[in-house]
Design a protein around this ligand. Structure first.
Ligand SMILES: Cc1cc2nc3c(=O)[nH]c(=O)nc-3n(C[C@H](O)[C@H](O)[C@H](O)COP(=O)(O)OP(=O)(O)OC[C@H]3O[C@@H](n4cnc5c(N)ncnc54)[C@H](O)[C@@H]3O)c2cc1C
Length: 401
């Protein structure tokens, strides 16, 4: 049986972000393999995130913005000065190609195209190892970083605080230079708030003729692909003056779980005797429950894993964020789930009353405690306090979608 020092199961955002870093020559003493079921190429998703300074994939960015606009449901415009952050757009096709190239140049990294069927305890010369059963063969390693789906996890997650962030967007080309001078729109709530759940549009122009326009909903269940078309087209016509004379170059349709579900705990319950099996990515619980943003957390987790790999003992590969941010996330998520206070009004208040950089730091789990108190004081306090208390009391009476 093939044996590796380290396996990465799933070669998407998390798996490739980790493998890319491990392709550096300093890790050439490790025999590593990345297992991916599909041929990953092309733009199956666009990652947007905010970041200070330059990140590891800076040269690949499709675009970055220092200023953006927010629009409330009733039309209030808030100008957002993001600095020292920038909002960045990375296309998955560019990311996959760049990472694959780096892996192919690293002789210690192997790529296996196969589908993982399961993980099991095995033994190696130095003790317990993990057997990774795939459709065509089985390989083993003492350490496996997995972003493959954990069966049943998302179904279980739906029983707790849960929303599905679902969206459909067009990357489009307009004949007229329609986007010239147009400030990117981070959230534009000037659309119908279907069933009282937050519905908004991103507008991310990459030049005078091209933009990603994405209609996004936070609600328990995704819509059919066709259901987004009418509101998306209406928005494009009413708020961008795009009636015809445009071409859709690419359509993006996707879903991101927004949940406080304990993914890591679920892996531990499913594989109690495999401490070397470390979940990463969405299946490692790295999506922020209140926003769905995941990409930045994935990058931070990769950096932490690298630090821990340099330790010979007691490595702890768990993603870390001060626990108070879990409370904030759960509070915001509960307010959105319960809809006692409109989601659009919550976001408008947060963006209107706080310096953008502070709010972005908060939503990213990077703010200081004193700043968080300020943000809480500027939010609808009774609603937030009530949600926070009910979270602390373990209130399970969450309306299900
Ligand atoms: C369309 C879309 C857009 C998104 N946009 C953003 C964004 O703008 N900003 C942001 O922060 N987050 C975004 N997210 C959320 C999150 O960042 C992404 O989902 C991200 O790709 C998660 O990384 P991952 O590695 O956990 O999952 P993936 O990138 O999905 O990687 C998992 C990999 O595992 C492979 N795999 C699955 N099962 C098996 C198996 N049995 N055996 C072997 N391989 C397997 C899959 O083929 C896949 O390549 C988006 C999500 C989607 C779906």
């Amino acid at each position: 049986m093939e044996r590796y020092d380290l396996l990465i199961a799933g070669g998407g955002a998390a798996g490739l972000s980790l493998a890319y870093r491990l392709a550096a020559s300093q890790w050439s003493g490790l025999r590593i393999a990345v297992i991916e079921a599909e041929v990953k190429e092309g733009n199956d998703r666009t990652w947007c995130f905010w970041e200070q300074g330059e990140g590891p994939f800076e040269g690949l960015l499709a675009h970055r913005w220092d200023r953006m606009d927010f629009y409330g449901y009733h039309g209030k415009q808030v100008s957002l000065d993001l600095q020292p952050y920038a909002y960045k757009m990375l296309r998955s096709g560019d990311f996959y190609a760049h990472c694959h190239k780096a892996l192919d140049l690293a002789p210690h990294i192997h790529r296996i195209q196969d589908r993982v069927r399961g993980y099991e305890k095995g033994t190696g010369s130095e003790g317990t190892e993990i057997l990774v059963h795939m459709q065509q063969k089985t390989v083993q390693a003492p350490l496996v970083f997995a972003s493959t789906p954990l069966e049943g996890a998302l179904d279980e997650a739906r029983h707790g605080l849960w929303l599905n962030q679902h969206f459909k967007g067009y990357y489009l080309a307009s004949e007229e230079p329609l986007f010239e001078g147009l400030t990117a729109r981070l959230m534009d709530f000037r659309v119908e708030q279907v069933d009282g759940y937050p519905c908004f549009v991103y507008v991310l122009p990459t030049d005078a003729h091209h933009a990603l326009v994405e209609y996004t909903v936070f609600s328990p269940d995704a819509w059919t692909n066709a259901a987004y078309d009418a509101p998306l087209h209406r928005y494009m016509e009413e708020n961008l003056g795009l009636r015809d004379h445009f071409q859709v170059l690419h359509t993006e349709y996707g879903q991101i779980p927004m949940t406080d579900y304990d993914f890591v705990g679920a892996w531990r319950r499913r594989y109690p005797d495999l401490p070397g099996l470390v979940p990463i990515g969405t299946m490692g619980g790295l999506g922020r429950p209140s926003t769905g943003y995941t990409f930045t957390n994935i990058q931070r987790h990769c950096e932490l894993i690298l630090q821990e790999l340099t330790k010979t003992r007691k490595a702890d590969f768990g993603a870390r964020m001060p626990s108070r941010f879990k409370h904030y996330d759960r509070t915001l998520l509960r307010v959105l789930v319960e809809r006692k206070y409109p989601g659009h009004a919550l976001f408008e208040r947060l963006f209107d009353r706080n310096p953008t950089a502070l709010l972005l730091a908060f939503l990213d789990g990077q703010s200081r405690f004193g700043q968080e108190i300020t943000i809480m004081n500027r939010s609808p306090r009774p609603v937030m306090m009530s949600a926070m208390i009910r979270n602390m009391l373990g209130n399970a009476s969450v309306p299900k979608g």
